[in-house]
Write a protein that binds this ligand. Structure first.
Ligand code: ZN
Ligand code: ZN
Length: 257
């Protein structure tokens, strides 16, 4: 069973460059204060035979003001809204019955609130960690906003957890790739042009992959290296193309399908 991967721009986030790539040189790191605009990417997987749509990651929601107030400056143009981004590719939000979240950080998961009928697939370790993370990560799961129930509790009844690597559907496989967050997962997709892997924020931009550099944000650096090693073995064995979670270069890679 093969699928077509359609990457969707769901907004742009202005972040310090150092959170994308971890550099180990002593002294000031290059780009310490450089800000960069990164895309929030959702990935629609469309079944070649049935037309079924599975969504991987849902972005940070359509409310740019909210995202900017609580996180980093967020831009969401009308065409970046989840429903519009899907519609522009002739896909319907209401038709999405399965959402795979690579992890529960707000910029990937908050948008899932817009799909109340979908089943949401998350690694068990990610859900457990999100409830009581290390302090530095509380903000990324919105545990720091007074008197507000975190978004992932709002869609809690839709969640189905998986533990470790798993086949989700014919042609779609989940890969446990922890390190950036406790239960980050990748999604391995069979397409007519070979296998593609959506790696979550283990691989933010091309440099993480080409220079073997872990993401600047990580809850476990050793796990990042182990996950990158695992990803490299799987990708080379299957001749897979690895995509990048916050890099527009992914759009060009997907165009090769
Ligand atoms: Zn993340
Ligand atoms: Zn992210």
């Amino acid at each position: 069973m093969t699928w077509r991967i359609i990457p969707l721009e769901l907004g742009f986030l202005c972040v310090p460059a150092r959170i994308l790539v971890w550099e180990t040189n002593s002294g000031p790191r290059a780009g310490d204060d450089d800000k960069t605009q990164v895309p929030l990417i959702g990935w629609a997987l469309v079944n070649d035979r049935t037309g079924e749509t599975v969504l991987v990651d849902a972005g940070g929601g359509d409310d740019a003001q909210y995202g900017s107030n609580h996180h980093n400056p967020l831009t969401v143009k009308p065409e970046h809204r989840l429903a519009s981004a899907l519609k522009n590719r002739d896909l319907e939000l209401e038709a999405v019955r399965t959402v795979i979240l690579t992890h529960l950080h707000w910029d990937h998961a908050l948008g899932a609130l817009q799909i109340p009928k979908a089943e949401i697939i998350v690694q068990k370790t990610e859900l457990q960690y999100a409830v009581a993370p290390d302090d530095a990560f509380r903000k990324m799961y919105e545990l720091d906003i007074p008197h507000q129930i975190p978004y992932f509790f709002k869609f809690f009844s839709q969640i189905r957890t998986v533990a470790g690597d798993a086949a989700l559907a014919p042609g779609i496989r989940l890969l446990h790739l922890p390190g950036h967050s406790a239960g980050n997962q990748g999604v391995m997709v069979d397409t007519k042009s070979g296998v593609f892997i959506i790696p979550g924020d283990l691989i933010n931009i091309r440099r993480n992959w080409s220079e073997n550099l872990p993401p600047g944000i990580h809850c476990d650096l050793s796990a990042c290296y182990a996950s990158m090693e695992k990803l490299r073995k799987i990708a080379s064995a299957g001749g897979a193309t690895v995509l990048y979670s916050h890099d527009l270069a992914s759009f060009a890679l997907c165009a090769k399908q």
